[in-house]
Write a protein that binds this ligand. Structure first.
Ligand SMILES: [Zn+2]
Length: 461
């Protein structure tokens, strides 16, 4: 078979620690050469030329926190694997780290193999997974070894959701931390202290309106859980990864832990950066329900400043889409489907806030949206970078294109964007996965591209 070769000419290439005006040659899905002024005549016949003058060439974005095709509360989320891949391609996302349920009666490795098979059968972007642990396996060492043999090096724990069966008590969490330290695995945690949430619920006398969601799930619950897992990470001399940090108090607890030497990896999401609890009032409030809830405006500012200051390691979306009809079915916070879409909007939103405003460099954006997630989830340097030998996952991004986000311009099967009405500076022009075009000039052609599971290697701490 003839080798497929591409030449991307004229763009500025951004890596996490430098940028360079350079041309890039792709051969058989891998980056083959990066150099100044590569003449197409010097390359074999049949090389495809992609003219990219004026565009930014970025490593494929990695959404490190997605829930495509999540079976939850007796339904399945609106964006399954194919829909998720499509909207991801529009957002410049070429790899996702999705979530695998700890299936009843199944081992961790059995659970993840089931999820891998389902993913691969429907997706058109590459993926890795973090494996949920909801109960202690009889032989946790054996199960973690099996999990690693399956190419998974990250687990996910919950400090809440008793009713859904996700909650792990402190002693169980402690056992998982110790075992993961032994096996060099990364522990990721949803931080909301369940005991504290119960105390709040006990003294609550409101009407469970959507606007009261932040009252029922206050930032203090997040802070307490971060304190608890910080202590466990210190005792085991290991890193811990906090998913979707939502609040200033949580952030301050992270700072306190870090000054004591605890290695905390912090992820936040576009919705905690750019949306606040004022959205929860009014007839459409349910549309903006997720857990943890949207916080005060001051919390968004604190997280924005932390991002700019380099205190946030990863921005990812927690994409979990329900249709607008499903979201608006209920205005009682106990029954609204929690979660919103966001993968597609992430790159443009972060670029607008951070880079177009000159608060961060494009390289710093690449670090939080691609390189860091690749490193923490063991995908680097195959993903998260454009070096010779890396997968040719790349985005051509127009830093000055304007995108007026509305419900019609996004591709989520949910039928809406939580960011409708916002305007971005910067938009994806083309997205390539392993040298294959997924989306170009607003047309999606990714259906024929087969998704690959990317086995991860343990995170170096
Ligand atoms: Zn999540």
């Amino acid at each position: 078979m003839e080798m497929k070769r591409l030449l991307i000419q004229g763009a500025v290439l951004f890596e996490a620690d430098y940028s360079i005006k350079a041309d890039m040659v792709v051969e058989d899905g891998k980056v083959a050469r990066i150099d100044r002024d590569i003449d197409i005549k010097s390359l074999p016949d049949g090389t495809e030329l992609i003219e990219a003058e004026g565009l930014c060439l970025l490593p494929g974005i990695i959404d490190a926190h997605t829930h495509y095709h999540l079976v939850s509360r007796g339904t399945v989320t609106a964006d399954s694997f194919a829909e998720g891949s499509r909207l991801a391609a529009y957002g410049g996302v070429t790899t996702v780290v999705d979530f695998s349920d700890h299936e009843k009666g199944k081992s961790l490795a059995e659970s993840v193999e089931e999820r891998k098979a389902a993913y691969q059968s429907g997706a058109h972007v590459d993926f890795s997974l973090h494996q949920g642990i909801y109960r202690l396996p009889q032989d946790i060492d054996a199960e973690l070894e099996e999990l690693k043999a399956s190419g998974i090096t990250a687990v996910k724990l919950f400090t809440t959701y008793r009713n859904a069966g996700y909650l792990m008590e402190r002693e169980m969490i402690s056992t998982v931390f110790e075992a993961c330290a032994r096996h060099g695995m990364l522990v990721t945690v949803h931080c909301e202290d369940d005991t504290y949430l119960n105390e709040v619920a006990y003294s609550y006398s409101g009407d469970y309106s959507v606007a009261d969601h932040p009252v029922l799930r206050p930032a203090e619950a997040e802070r307490r859980a971060i304190e608890m897992i910080g202590d466990l990470a210190r005792q085991n001399d290991m890193s811990v990864y906090v998913v979707h940090l939502s609040s200033e108090s949580g952030l301050n607890e992270v700072r306190r832990q870090r000054t004591q030497g605890v290695k905390m990896i912090i992820e936040t999401t576009p919705h905690y950066l750019f949306l606040n609890n004022s959205r929860l009032t009014g007839a459409n409030g349910s549309k903006f329900v997720m857990t943890p809830p949207l916080r005060e405006y001051s919390d968004t500012l604190a997280l924005q400043d932390a991002l700019v200051a380099g205190e946030i390691d990863v921005v990812a979306t927690d994409h979990c889409a329900f249709t607008l009809e499903q979201k608006l079915e209920s205005h009682d916070v106990r029954t609204v489907y929690p979660g919103i879409p966001g993968t597609e909007e992430m790159l443009s939103l972060v670029h607008t806030f951070a880079v177009a405003s000159s608060r961060m460099s494009m390289s710093e954006l690449v670090r939080v949206l691609s390189t860091n997630p690749a490193k923490y989830f063991g995908l680097y340097p195959r993903k998260g970078t454009l070096q010779v030998g890396s997968d040719a996952d790349f985005v051509l991004f127009d830093p000055s294109a304007v995108w007026d986000i509305d419900d019609e311009s996004v591709h989520s099967a949910s039928g809406y964007s939580a960011y409708s009405g916002m305007s971005t500076t910067g938009r994806v022009v083309m997205t390539y996965l392993r040298g294959k075009l997924l989306m170009g000039d607003d047309v999606y052609i990714g259906e024929k591209v087969e998704s690959q599971f990317i086995p991860s290697t343990p995170y170096e701490r």
